[in-house]
Design a protein around this ligand. Structure first.
Ligand SMILES: CC(C)(COP(=O)(O)OP(=O)(O)OC[C@H]1O[C@@H](n2cnc3c(N)ncnc32)[C@H](O)[C@@H]1OP(=O)(O)O)[C@@H](O)C(=O)NCCC(=O)NCCS
Length: 325
């Protein structure tokens, strides 16, 4: 479903601009354990200790959830989480908590940045600071930590997505050598009737679904990579053959409340074959909402989705940062 974007030109030298705050030593030299409410400076004129980074595996998932929610109180797209959801997120997206970081400033957790790690690549996610601490170089400190951890792991590339219009984060990522790749859409669809499909359908076993996911070519958003669905519950899918012999497949997650994580491809990369897939999907599940994220804005199947009632809720810019290896 994703379009290949050539990697040539990405692997250039990059030296991030210096950060404004001293960096902690993270490799084997963890900062001392953090007290929940560390003492304030003894004297008003005594300079406050610099913010420091602590590996996220030093905290419980509940603590990380609280920290995350605090940083997102004023976020452009509200995305609060509870601990169970964050734990699921950690499992599905292979978040490496020992390389993810919590920012401690004046004894308090004021920020968080998570690092997903898969062979050869990492993914920065859930990154943010509480509003009162922004604009003082702490985001740069955190980015340096996450990029440094990726580099220490010997990875080739770090990936992230930023919501379109989030200028502070977008500018910061560019400053750290991330280059824009493409726009990804987050789509929703309310239940609505679809035309009767005219193609033949074959439902697939999970191993067949995973096999098709692995067969995809080109760039695939982290949330949609095969590893993200391998451990997800309720993954199923089907293949269709149209009357003129074209084939296509659709793999998705069925939860109690909705359909999500739609992954698909068609032999002829056409909206017509994709419409057949969607007619089957929505006539099979006529009463549930659908939510799917990170569909490339230039995906040739997008028009079929819009035709059957999918609406864009917001979009993200995918950015990559190569490393010299
Ligand atoms: C994005 C965020 C982490 C940046 O942290 P920060 O501590 O404010 O950033 P810094 O002070 O280190 O600034 C780093 C760079 O970010 C950019 N930046 C930061 N604030 C900015 C602003 N208000 N407007 C434009 N650019 C800004 C600048 O390029 C800046 O570099 P410069 O100071 O040399 O110009 C912070 O704004 C935040 O938590 N935002 C809410 C959550 C969020 O958007 N997360 C990203 C999700 S993808």
């Amino acid at each position: 479903m994703n379009q290949e974007i050539p990697y040539s030109g990405l692997f250039k030298d990059f030296t991030p601009e210096p950060v404004k705050l001293p960096l902690p030593k993270l490799n084997g030299h963890l900062p001392p354990p953090v007290e929940e409410e560390a003492a304030a400076p003894m004297h008003a004129d005594e300079p406050a200790a610099p913010a420091e980074l602590v590996p996220a595996d030093q905290f419980t998932v509940e603590e990380l959830t609280d920290a995350y929610n605090e940083t997102r109180l004023d976020y452009m797209v509200p995305m609060p989480m509870n601990a169970a959801r964050l734990q699921e997120y950690i499992n599905l997206y292979q978040i490496d908590l020992s390389n993810s970081l919590v920012v401690i400033d004046e004894g308090k957790k004021v920020g968080l940045g998570m690092l997903g790690v898969r062979p050869g690549r990492s993914w920065i996610t859930r990154l943010g600071l509480v509003a009162s601490t922004r604009g003082k170089g702490i985001g740069s400190l955190l980015m340096n930590g996450l990029v440094g951890n990726s580099e220490n792991l010997g990875l080739e590339q770090t990936i992230l997505e930023v919501i379109k219009g989030n200028e502070p984060a977008h500018k910061m990522f560019k400053k750290f050598g991330f280059e824009e790749q493409r726009e990804l859409l987050i789509l929703r669809r309310a239940p609505a009737e679809v035309p009767k499909p005219t193609s033949e359908v074959t439902w697939l076993e999970l191993d067949e679904c995973l096999h098709l996911l692995k067969s995809r070519q080109g760039m695939i958003a982290w949330t949609n990579q095969t590893e993200s669905l391998e451990h997800a519950k309720g993954v199923t899918g089907f293949k269709v053959t149209t009357q003129d012999g074209k084939t296509g497949w659709l793999v998705f997650q069925r939860t109690l409340f909705n359909l999500s994580r739609l992954m698909f491809d068609t032999q002829d990369k056409s909206a017509a074959t994709m419409r057949e897939l969607l007619y089957h999907l929505h006539s099979h599940y006529p009463t549930v909402d659908t939510y799917t994220e990170n569909v490339p804005a230039d995906d040739p199947h997008l028009q079929a989705m819009l035709d059957v009632g999918y609406l864009e809720t917001f979009s993200r810019i995918e950015m990559h940062r190569p490393y010299k290896v």
